[in-house]
Design a protein around this ligand. Structure first.
Ligand code: ADP
Length: 561
């Protein structure tokens, strides 16, 4: 048959894989080509012929049988021409049944095959004209698809092949978002690993340039929960906490509830000064000691402060504390820094003083602007004893009924647990500033939410939690003393949109327009207040034996509503 002569053209593997979009387009074209083709196909000619034979045979037989009836001739006596007409009728009938698809699978299959051939041909033509790669199937899309133009594709190649330094993309392109997208594509190509799931879109890459993060390829999402209201110094605060630890926000929230129900907490900022301690070397210990005596002489202070304070209108030198190790001298400068956390400010001030000292002590060899006696982002007794950043104490008296009803424990159990765990247990462990249950949990979550330096949680989490039965043993006095809370409301990550929103929620965004430093000090007290709430709740959970139970409830995804 004519249809069987159609050959399936060979198709390459690449053209046999096409996107759903392209398939759709091809199928649409096929439908139109079937109805619009003006030239009769060979199969159509055969159909016309068969129809003609069918009707001619029927007509001939009917006329012949009518004549036989009229002339009373027997119908079963068949002439050769009638026999031929009968055969033609039968053959054309069978063909027509098959053509219209009544019980004839081979014909149907052929027609389907013909469709497929046309589809493949159409697709091949489409492939020739494809400029942009097809979008991936919807099921595979986990994050926003990253579209790279053909121009950018060249840059991606350059970065992947090492011809273009990745770090130079922002300055070369003048478009931070585009730079991040290109760097990300190149990274995926170099490593062969997908970054699907790490979002790229909806982030202001210009805002981090030269300030917060180099060579960005996206951003990590951390959920922000709210604990509160925290009633502190007569004000209510909704405390933002960025965390992925189940239970933490819920627990802090419970502590806030207990504090609120007991009339609130109060706080005091005991000290406010950021530190930096350079290390310098002399040829003798005596020379090092001479500089120490000069720096610690009250008569020298004004001269040194004048040099130091040139660094910023907010930097004001407070103290200089020195330590000697042989012929090496460590000078710990402490200064107020307004609403900034202050590391940049204090470092600039120290550099000014070192430049000034070089005139009177030309034999002073500056080893490093930071000699670790500061001490930044490392556990150190100097911060625990002397303080760094804001030193805060925060307290509350929690009523007996609140301890019983909200915290589900009793005063005596809490006091005993605090003594044996936070004080004795930590002493047994040789703790340095770790006389608490989990201050670091709250500090880190609030720091991340409000754009603080999360690495400073080390010394910022130094905390001693005290509990004592008061009011004839009925109520409990709880306090947290935190000597090194390092926070700011200007500079660093505080200016980024999400972090600024969290600071705004607390009413401490940016520089204070009343007193420089008022916002950052208030933030420090909120951190201490939230730690107080966290200590209260976790200690109660442990005292009541609820810890494992509540973690099973909040830390298991199977418990999702
Ligand atoms: P840090 O010293 O914490 O690293 P930055 O140097 O990033 O902070 O930010 C401090 C900058 O912000 C300084 O240039 C300072 O002049 C400016 N600034 C504006 N208002 C204040 C303020 N109220 N307190 C402190 N710094 C402020």
């Amino acid at each position: 048959m004519e249809l069987k002569q159609i050959q399936i053209p060979p198709t390459s593997t690449s053209t046999s894989i096409s996107s759903p979009v392209k398939h759709k387009k091809s199928i649409t074209n096929i439908d139109y080509s079937f109805s619009e083709n003006p030239a009769p196909a060979p199969s159509n000619l055969l159909l016309y012929l068969t129809n003609a034979v069918f009707f001619a045979a029927v007509y001939f037989l009917l006329v012949s049988w009518r004549d036989k009836i009229r002339h009373s001739k027997p119908l079963h006596v068949i002439s050769s021409s009638e026999m031929a007409a009968l055969l033609a009728f039968a053959a054309s009938f069978v063909y027509l049944l098959g053509f219209f698809g009544i019980g004839s699978n081979p014909l149907q299959d052929q027609q389907e095959e013909e469709k497929q051939i046309t589809l493949k041909k159409k697709k091949e033509n489409d492939d020739d004209h494809v400029v942009t790669p097809p979008p991936p199937p919807p099921a595979a899309i986990k994050s926003d698809p990253i579209i790279i133009s053909s121009d950018d594709e060249e840059i991606v190649k350059g970065v992947a092949e090492g011809r273009i330094p990745s770090y130079s993309l922002e300055s070369k392109l003048g478009d931070c978002k585009r730079a991040a997208a290109i760097r990300r594509k190149a990274l995926e190509r170099i490593t062969g690993k997908s970054l699907d799931g790490l979002p790229l879109e909806s982030f202001d890459y210009e805002s981090i340039l030269g300030q917060c993060c180099e060579m960005p390829v996206g951003y990590v999402q951390i959920p922000v929960g709210i604990a509160g209201p925290l009633l502190l110094d007569g004000e209510e605060y909704s405390v933002p906490m960025a965390t992925t630890e189940g239970c933490l926000v819920a627990s802090t929230n419970r502590g806030c509830k207990a504090i609120y129900a007991s009339g609130g907490a109060t706080s005091v900022v005991l000290r406010d000064g950021m530190t930096r301690a350079p290390v310098v070397r002399f040829s003798t210990a005596k020379r090092a000691a001479q500089l120490k005596l000069f720096l610690e002489d009250p008569l020298s202070f004004d001269t040194i402060a004048t040099a130091f304070n040139k660094s910023s209108r907010f930097a004001r030198l407070q103290t200089i504390k020195c330590a000697i190790a042989g012929k090496n001298l460590y000078m710990r400068f402490t200064c107020s820094t307004g609403d900034a956390m202050g590391m940049n400010m204090v470092s600039k001030g120290v550099q000014n003083v070192l430049d000034f000292l070089q005139t009177d002590f030309p034999d002073m060899d500056i080893i490093g602007i930071s000699g670790n006696f500061c001490s930044d982002k490392k556990p150190a007794a100097v911060n625990w004893i002397e303080g760094r950043g804001k030193s805060v104490v925060c307290e509350a008296i929690i009523k007996e009924e609140v301890v019983n009803k909200v915290l589900k424990t009793d005063v005596a159990s809490l006091v005993e647990l605090n003594m044996l765990k936070n004080l004795t247990g930590s002493a047994m462990a040789g703790a340095l500033g770790g006389f608490n249950a989990h201050a670091a949990n709250i500090v880190s979550a609030v720091y991340i939410a409000t754009g603080q330096d999360p690495a400073q949680n080390i010394e910022s989490s130094h905390c001693i939690t005290m509990m004592e039965a008061v009011n004839e043993g009925k109520d409990i006095h709880i306090s947290v003393t935190m000597p090194s809370i390092e926070v700011g409301t200007v500079g660093g990550g505080t200016q980024l949109a999400s972090q600024a929103a969290c600071l705004n929620l607390l009413g401490v965004k940016g520089a204070s327009n009343k007193v420089p430093g008022a916002n950052s000090r208030r933030l420090a007290t909120v951190v201490a207040g939230a730690v107080l709430a966290g200590e209260l709740s976790l200690m109660s959970a442990i005292a009541a034996g609820q810890l494992v139970k509540s973690h099973m409830k909040y830390n298991r995804s199977s418990n999702k509503p």
